[in-house]
Design a protein around this ligand. Structure first.
Ligand code: SF4
Length: 322
């Protein structure tokens, strides 16, 4: 986390609420990152967001927020809590930040805690994309789980992989096969470095088989998302397709940066202020049985009052006056 104190800053806030991590950034008009927060969502996205806002207030004191963009799987929640000027899907947010950083980027490989994405860009426009939200074998959570099982920290995984002379061949098609295959390789006597390198290769192959089959991954290729922290995965991808993977300095927060870049033209922000970090907010849900759709409706409550609802296809709950 960056910490700045002093005169009041002006900036644009980008919020990326994911199922594993919540990222908040403050950028200036040129897109430079002034402050950022990256924290675990821990199944409590409201608390993660409120805690990021408290840190922002503590680190920067007064800050003049001119616009707010929200993305990530919890973008609607972020919008209702913070008051976003634009709410965009992750594909757009990641593409915007990558293009801002490298205008001639042609391929974005993004791997986060719970999902992965492939975005193809031609002449600054998204021409194709694919997402994997179902196979855990190609995500950061799987890597973390395996690192813990092997008794090493997630931060050490890359250096182990890079020391391998002969990566073990690990089946990476699904988590169950990968884990049992790793246990089998350990029992056969493969050393830890070769098993970790094999795990990185398996994740890269899993990604390429699930998301990139039949697609043209042309350079320049940007690799972003939390998993880009692992140099073993970068090396595995580069071995598999024999192309360089560029990792941006702000690789884990590129979605939030993209969301912030999208609101730089905001005239009159809807932002509710950093004081939302002090509100007693919680969510609840119910199924509407007024028609066969049986929509799952989510509510955000401030103390005893419902302040927002969504999830209803017809809008009857979202538009209801309290
Ligand atoms: S919210 Fe609307 S569409 Fe959904 S079940 Fe109720 S009445 Fe039907």
């Amino acid at each position: 986390m960056t910490s700045l104190k002093g005169e009041e800053l002006k900036g644009y806030l980008g919020i990326d609420v994911g199922s594993v991590t919540t990222k908040v950034v403050l950028i200036d008009y040129d897109g430079s990152v002034l402050w950022n927060s990256y924290r675990r969502t821990m199944g409590q996205p409201i608390r993660a967001l409120q805690s990021a806002f408290s840190s922002l207030k503590k680190d920067l004191g007064g800050v003049d927020i001119r616009g707010v963009g929200a993305t990530g799987s919890g973008r609607k929640l972020a919008d209702h809590i913070a008051g976003a000027d634009r709410v965009k899907n992750e594909i757009t947010a990641h593409a915007v930040s990558a293009i801002h950083l490298l205008p001639n980027v042609r391929t974005i490989v993004e791997i986060g805690g719970q999902d992965s994405k492939l975005i193809l860009i031609r002449n600054g426009v998204v021409t194709d994309f694919s997402m994997n939200t179902v196979c855990a074998a190609g995500t950061g959570s799987f890597l973390e789980h395996q690192a813990a099982r092997l008794g090493i920290s997630i931060g050490e995984l890359g250096s182990y992989a890079l020391r391998s002379a002969s990566p073990a061949r690990i089946a990476g098609r699904c988590t169950v096969f990968a884990e049992s295959d790793m246990i089998h390789k350990q029992q056969m006597g493969h050393n830890l470095e070769d098993i970790v390198a094999g795990l990185c290769d398996a994740l890269a192959r899993n990604y390429l088989n699930n998301l990139a089959r039949g697609k043209d991954l042309s350079s320049p290729i940007i690799f972003q998302g939390g998993v880009a922290a692992n140099p073993g995965i970068k090396a595995a991808f580069e071995r598999e397709i024999n192309k360089e993977f560029i990792i941006p300095g702000h690789y884990p927060i590129m979605g939030a940066i993209g969301a912030a870049l999208l609101v730089r033209d905001t005239k009159d922000t809807r932002f509710k202020g950093l004081s939302v970090s002090e509100q007693r907010l919680y969510t609840s849900s119910f199924y509407c049985s007024d028609c066969p759709n049986t929509c799952g409706v989510i509510e955000i409550n401030d103390s005893e009052k419902v302040i927002a609802r969504w999830g209803d296809s017809c809008g009857k709950w979202a538009n209801m006056e309290e």
